[in-house]
Design a binder for this molecule. Structure first.
Ligand code: BES
Ligand code: MN
Ligand code: ZN
Length: 481
């Protein structure tokens, strides 16, 4: 359920909505209309380092969120998002339709973070459920009563939540309803809504342009590949050269002839999460009207075994003319990304950021708790990215692209092979991609956080919309420079 978030100065009778008071630890407490017992209770909970306190006396859900962390720190902001998510569960548990966040602190972000956590936690994917009516969350409006809340920030928040929800929807949609063609259609429909120019290169166009990697992966499929180009170019862009985003759009990854076992295949509808992230991010940037010139490139296909499927031992000539010996058809993401990265050079980009559920090795290394990244951008840009990631708690971990890893990709008969050795799988995948870039570049492997089994606070479960908030925050920070 999406939540309409609006700003308000007006007080409402307490029982008409669920409410969450954001207060600091040293709050005076007398202004909240609480009983003495309640105040004593709050104080005792604070002593136990409890941040979120539920009060029973007022009928409707009424919680006090006491912020225990350092002002506006990364941890504090995340704890507020999580409290927002917990509050969301309470509101829906009580069957309330309306909620309100009242910020008594003078932090610039507290209300925003709590509201973000609440709104993101309210996501559901029920379209294929007969009992969707019964299951649907009751919460549909959120009022913000906060000194620092302005219309512009609320608009931003609404856009951000809509973008993340779109990315989650795309990831949760299975391949029988979202193939490469429909993924491109989605980009066209939403792009038009937000004022983004969208062009879709079809199979014959890709053949004439010699997108060898993308076409090879598509050989086993009954559905043609697509390559979608989205461009958002506002008049007052702060950047002279565009920021180019590239997203892996493998709408389903069976592994191809190097077939995955069932357990490894079950969740592979998520293998277009990189595509979903960049589509949603450019959509968000355009709906927020950020003054940044952004291009998103989305190579898309499914990866399947089939009579004509690309085969171990094949030598593929890629878009940039390099040859690749295929030694595992399950290493398909790098094949389609390589073409897209080489194509990105045409834009003379300021920087290129690619997002992909690329390797199980990245997921094994750090789990769902962050994003593995590596690349050739300079240290200043890397630092800015790290900060942008921390601010939204999509934390980045940089892996090295040492020269030695290049040795592992040597082929006897082609310029490169598509797999490395048994070690450093996330890195050799990145090292492979590095051969196709000619500009400052960062690669983000979201195989860990993109799709998760259990519910995780405001990230929900299944498709998480991983990297959307990171990209948007990076673009917003870039716009302010
Ligand atoms: N899509 C997978 C990676 C993946 C694994 C994503 C788990 C999300 C969760 C990718 O195409 C893949 O199969 N990678 C192989 C590479 C190997 C064959 C070199 C892998 O990680 O095993
Ligand atoms: Mn694969
Ligand atoms: Zn894959």
């Amino acid at each position: 359920m999406s939540v309409k978030i609006h700003h308000t100065d007006k007080a409402q009778p307490v029982t008409s909505e669920a409410r969450m008071h954001l207060v600091s630890k040293d709050h005076k407490w007398t202004d909240l209309g609480l009983e003495k017992e309640e105040i004593d209770y709050i104080k005792s909970q604070i002593k136990k380092e409890k941040g979120l306190i539920q009060l029973g006396s007022l009928g409707m859900v009424n919680v006090i969120c006491v912020d225990l962390g350092e002002k506006d720190s990364v941890k504090r902001r995340e704890s507020l998002r999580k409290s927002g998510a917990t509050f969301c569960g309470m509101v829906n548990g009580a069957g309330a339709k309306a909620a309100r966040i009242i910020d008594h602190t003078d932090s610039a972000y507290d209300w925003f973070d709590a509201a973000e956590g609440l709104a993101l936690a309210n996501y559901q994917f029920l379209k294929y459920r007969k009992d969707s009516g019964k299951e649907q969350n009751s919460l549909d409006t959120l009022a913000i009563q906060a000194k620092h809340a302005g219309d512009e920030q609320l608009h931003r928040l609404n856009c951000l939540v809509a973008s993340v929800f779109w990315a989650r929807d795309l990831v949760n949609e299975p391949v029988n309803t979202l193939d490469a063609i429909r993924l491109a259609d989605e980009a066209e429909v939403r792009g038009k809504q937000a004022g983004i120019k969208v062009e879709v290169l079809n199979k014959s166009k890709l053949e004439s342009l010699k997108f060898g990697g993308l076409l090879a992966v598509n050989l086993g499929s009954q559905t043609p590949p697509t390559f979608t180009i989205m461009e958002y170019k506002p008049k007052k862009a702060v950047n002279k050269k565009p920021i180019v985003l590239v997203g892996k759009g493998v709408v389903y990854d069976t592994g191809g002839l190097s077939l995955k076992p069932t357990a490894g295949m079950d969740t592979m509808k998520c293998d277009m999460a990189g595509a979903a992230a960049v589509m949603a991010a450019i959509y968000g940037a355009a709906s927020m009207e950020l003054p940044v010139h952004v291009v998103a490139l989305i190579p898309a296909t499914d990866n399947r075994p089939g009579e004509m499927a690309y085969t171990n031992g094949d030598v593929i000539t890629m878009y940039n003319g390099m040859t690749v010996e295929v030694l595992n058809t399950d290493a398909e993401g790098r094949m389609i990304l390589a073409d897209a990265l080489a194509y990105a050079g045409k834009y003379d980009p300021e920087v290129v950021l690619d997002f992909a559920t690329l390797t199980g090795a990245a997921a094994a290394a750090i789990g769902q708790y962050g994003i593995v990244c590596m690349g050739t951008a300079d240290d200043k840009v890397k630092k800015e990215m790290k900060v942008a990631g921390d601010e939204v708690y999509e934390r980045l971990v940089e892996f090295p692209l040492w020269d030695e890893y290049k040795e592992l990709l040597k082929s006897d008969i082609a310029d490169l092979k598509n797999i490395g050795g048994p070690v450093g799988g996330a890195i050799t995948a990145g090292k492979f991609l590095e051969h196709f870039v000619s500009y400052p570049w960062m690669h983000f492997d979201i195989a860990g956080p993109a799709f998760i089994k259990g519910p995780d606070t405001y990230r929900g479960k299944n498709g998480t919309g991983s990297a959307v908030r990171f990209i948007l925050n990076y673009l917003e920070n870039r716009a302010k420079k």
